[in-house]
Design a protein around this ligand. Structure first.
Ligand SMILES: [Zn+2]
Length: 468
């Protein structure tokens, strides 16, 4: 008998964790951290709902923390097997997991200093050191579909999912899974990429499978039809005419590289003047190096720019600040310029130093290029609050505020349907909608049922499905 158990990424977009077992073989697909609401975050602290020591292996679809951030905790709970992922994912995990450990330590420290804890002292979920220990288990594999034995009765193949660098679809071949003892194939979409994103390739067509788990983040939405590149050009041209600065808070992994790529392209096309562009984030610099190294993940356009001996992720007048001194110097610059800095929601990081100076400046423009969660400084500015607290000080919001809605690393429901159309042989006997808020997951189920007539199901947390 074989089964799939849903221990995260159901009813929410965070905490992705799926256990697949057949006989004594048992693997975990994704090992995400729950984020957002308190009742979700509390699950990170509970005993794992399965025995980590009983797992043969962990398989990771991509490096984002909501798919990987529980790994150090799993290792603390006794898991010591291999963690299979693509090479690009392994490179990014070396940046993201230690950073997540540092944030956990800072958070515990904050709660202790402000007496916000019932536990004395408050402990971090895991430390930077724990994160480094979990990196020891990484087993990077090619993102080329080649099946690999990951447990006595389970093989796994990784294929490009087009979401972020290194992201993978994972196809499991599970032995002795059917009622008649034959094998079954289970396909995980992971997070599915938005087609025609710059830099990385589009998702490859889904291989045939018996069971399919497909993400539904945008199951009830279509992306903003305005090309984000056009919006970005408009904002930069406007600032250049007024000789004024532009500040773009952006996530260091993925979004920053995408913005730099588009600015470089706009400069090449002479759609904007060449302005000084600064990327002020040590994590962004490390990530850009990974993006440059992983040539097997690049799309045709990126590869052709490389062949012309040009750097696709460098604008004509660019500076990357890695030291604090450089960052400070940048802060004191004048005139029209573009500063890209993390964190993307202005919850911390160097972007706050730039915001201190630019938020009260009526000439400056702040451009939001990603989702701003409720309660963050980014969201408050975007919502038009007259004053925000930055590094403990109240600062009046006098700058111009712009938002570009078209950036996304996820397929919308139209693109998920387009992807599914590519499945050439057979029909999955059951399709599970995962990684979506309930409304989005239900809407996506409806779209698939309507278009293909497939047998769809929205699983609940803790549900166990027996393969037949
Ligand atoms: Zn993701």
């Amino acid at each position: 008998m074989a089964s799939i158990s849903f221990w995260g990424g159901v009813g929410t977009v965070t905490g992705s964790k799926y256990v697949v077992e057949s006989g004594d073989s048992r693997v975990l697909v994704d090992c995400g951290l729950f984020q957002g609401f308190k009742e979700l975050r509390e699950r990170n602290w509970q005993e794992p709902p399965f025995d980590p020591r009983s797992l043969n292996a962990v398989l990771i679809t991509h490096a984002h923390i909501d798919h990987t951030g529980y790994l150090p905790r799993l290792v603390k709970h006794g898991f010591h097997g291999p963690v299979y992922c693509s090479r690009g994912t392994a490179d990014l995990l070396k940046i993201l997991l230690p950073d997540s450990g540092r944030l956990q330590e800072e958070d515990a420290d904050f709660r202790n200093r402000h007496n916000l804890t019932k536990h004395h002292p408050a402990l971090p979920l895991y430390t930077e050191k724990d994160a480094y220990a979990s990196l020891e288990l990484l087993e990077p594999v090619a993102n080329d579909g080649e099946p690999l034995q990951v447990a006595p009765a389970i093989r796994a193949g990784f294929r490009i999912a087009g979401h972020i660098l290194g992201s993978s679809l994972v196809l499991l071949e599970v032995d002795h899974a059917g009622a008649d003892g034959s094998g079954r194939r289970v396909l995980f979409s992971g997070d599915l990429g938005h087609y025609d994103q710059p830099i990385i390739r589009d998702p490859v067509a889904p291989p045939a499978c018996d069971y399919l788990l497909v993400e539904s983040t945008y199951g009830d939405r279509l992306h903003d039809p305005e090309d984000p590149k056009v919006a970005l050009a408009r904002i930069i041209n406007d600032a250049a005419e007024r000789d004024a600065p532009v500040l773009i808070p952006a996530f260091a992994v993925g979004r920053t590289q995408e913005i730099v790529y588009l600015i470089r392209e706009l400069e090449d096309e002479k759609a904007i003047p060449v302005l000084p562009v600064s990327v002020d984030s040590p994590m962004a610099a490390a990530t850009t190096a990974v993006y440059a190294r992983r040539t097997e993940e690049h799309d045709e356009e990126y590869a052709s720019i490389l062949r012309q001996q040009k750097h696709p992720l460098r604008t004509h007048s660019m500076m990357t600040a890695s030291s604090r001194q450089e960052s400070k110097k940048l802060n004191e610059a004048e005139g029209a310029r573009v500063i890209i800095s993390a964190s993307g929601m202005m919850t911390g990081g160097r972007v706050l130093h730039h915001a201190m100076r630019l938020v009260p400046n009526p000439e400056a423009t702040i451009v939001f290029v990603g989702f701003q969660a409720a309660g963050t400084t980014g969201r408050r500015i975007q919502d038009g609050e007259p004053e925000v607290k930055i590094m403990g000080q109240w600062v009046p919001v006098r700058c111009r505020v712009a938002k570009i809605g078209g950036f996304s690393a996820h397929a919308d429901y139209g693109e998920v349907l387009k992807w599914l159309e590519g499945m050439k042989d057979g029909v999955p006997s059951r399709t599970f909608l995962t990684h979506g808020e309930p409304d989005a997951a239900n809407a996506m189920a409806g779209h698939i049922k309507e278009k293909f007539g497939w047998n769809v199901h929205v699983p609940q947390y803790g549900e166990r499905f027996e393969m037949a």
